[in-house]
Design a protein around this ligand. Structure first.
Ligand code: PMV
Length: 328
């Protein structure tokens, strides 16, 4: 078996505004998706997923696009389990020229799905890396990020930024502005994540911001203000000024909240973190539900979150210095 892992991420700054050309700074965290693959000669794809939402679920189907799997689970679950893998395997075939290769694919992930932590990007990166290596090609991280981006772009019908896939492939903190993605220096960040057990609908939330922005000049100004926060945030990260990073994260959350993408549970977790003495706290990703990210070197925020109604899980997450890892 060929096994690769890739990390999830949090947004330190800039989600939503990045859609309108402002910069954003995501940061990879040590919560990973591991994808193992074994080539098979009959061209079929067999996907076995063991993660938070698809525990112990197996589906087997043929190479033809209309060959639907014959399994007794909901269509949406099958779609969720297979779409990203399908599309990632297409990238593997394209990158290696092995047009007819099939795979047994096993996914194991400790990144909650659809919660703003980049689970699909991590699966795409790890699947493409393991799949290409299994047939004798090792992609450098730029091409891996590009192919994983195309996977997300296809599955999400064009609603994807390069942030998640670049960050997952390269690791560390990155700066994304349009098509320009680069790694940036970041101090060791004491990251704490709170998860409400839910997920937001990214498409709907992005559309909501778009409408507000078209309707109100001050909403467009708010998006630009997020861009200013990000630029200040980059400087604070470069200076290693954690207090300033935290202050700017708080500000970023307020602006996202004004754009209507927070939720009661996200706000509760943000306030619980602040009350516990966190250096800063904000929602991460599309919002509407899912995760918050806070900075706190002490155990206080994690403890407070674990007692906060609406918070299902709280955990500390190290910054992932390394993106994709080749395990076997
Ligand atoms: O929830 P996530 O991790 O998929 O992040 C979405 C980030 C947005 O800026 C809202 C959309 C995007 O594609 O950049």
């Amino acid at each position: 078996m060929t096994l690769s892992s890739a990390p999830g991420k949090v947004y330190l700054f800039g989600e939503h505004a990045v859609v309108y050309g402002e910069p954003a700074v995501p940061c990879a965290i040590e919560r990973r998706a591991r994808v193992g693959v074994e080539p098979r000669e009959d061209g079929k794809l067999r996907v076995h997923a063991e993660d938070l939402s698809l525990d112990g679920f197996t589906v087997e189907y043929g190479a033809a696009a209309d060959d639907r799997p014959d399994v007794d689970v909901s269509e949406s679950l099958v779609t969720a389990a297979t779409q990203y893998v399908d599309s990632a395997i297409e990238q593997v075939r394209d990158a290696t020229g092995e047009d007819d290769v099939g795979f047994d694919v096993t996914i194991e992930s400790d990144i909650p799905l659809g919660a703003g932590l980049g689970s699909s990007a991590a699966v795409a990166v790890a699947a493409i890396d393991a799949g290409t290596r299994a047939v004798g090609t090792t992609l450098e991280s730029g091409e891996l990020a590009e192919r994983a981006y195309r996977t997300e772009y296809d599955v999400q019908e064009g609603q994807a930024s390069r942030a998640d896939t670049f960050c997952s492939a390269t690791g560390g903190a990155v700066r994304v502005e349009g098509d320009d993605c680069r790694s940036i220096e970041a101090p060791d960040l004491p990251i704490v994540v709170g998860f409400d057990g839910g997920a937001g609908d990214t498409g709907e939330l992005v559309a909501g911001v778009r409408t507000l922005r078209e309707e109100y000049a001050f909403a467009a100004d708010t998006v630009e203000a997020i861009g200013d926060v990000v630029r200040n945030g980059e400087e604070a990260l470069a200076d290693g000024d954690l207090a300033e990073v935290g202050r700017l994260m708080d500000f970023n959350h307020g602006l996202l909240s004004a754009l209507g993408v927070s939720s009661r549970s996200l706000d509760s977790m943000v306030w619980a973190a602040r009350d516990a003495g966190a250096i800063g706290a904000k929602l991460t990703g599309a919002g509407g539900g899912g995760c918050i990210v806070a900075l706190d070197p002490t155990p206080e925020t994690e403890t407070a979150l674990s007692f906060t109604p609406g918070c299902e899980e709280a955990f500390r997450a190290e910054l992932a210095e390394t993106g994709v890892k080749r395990l076997e």
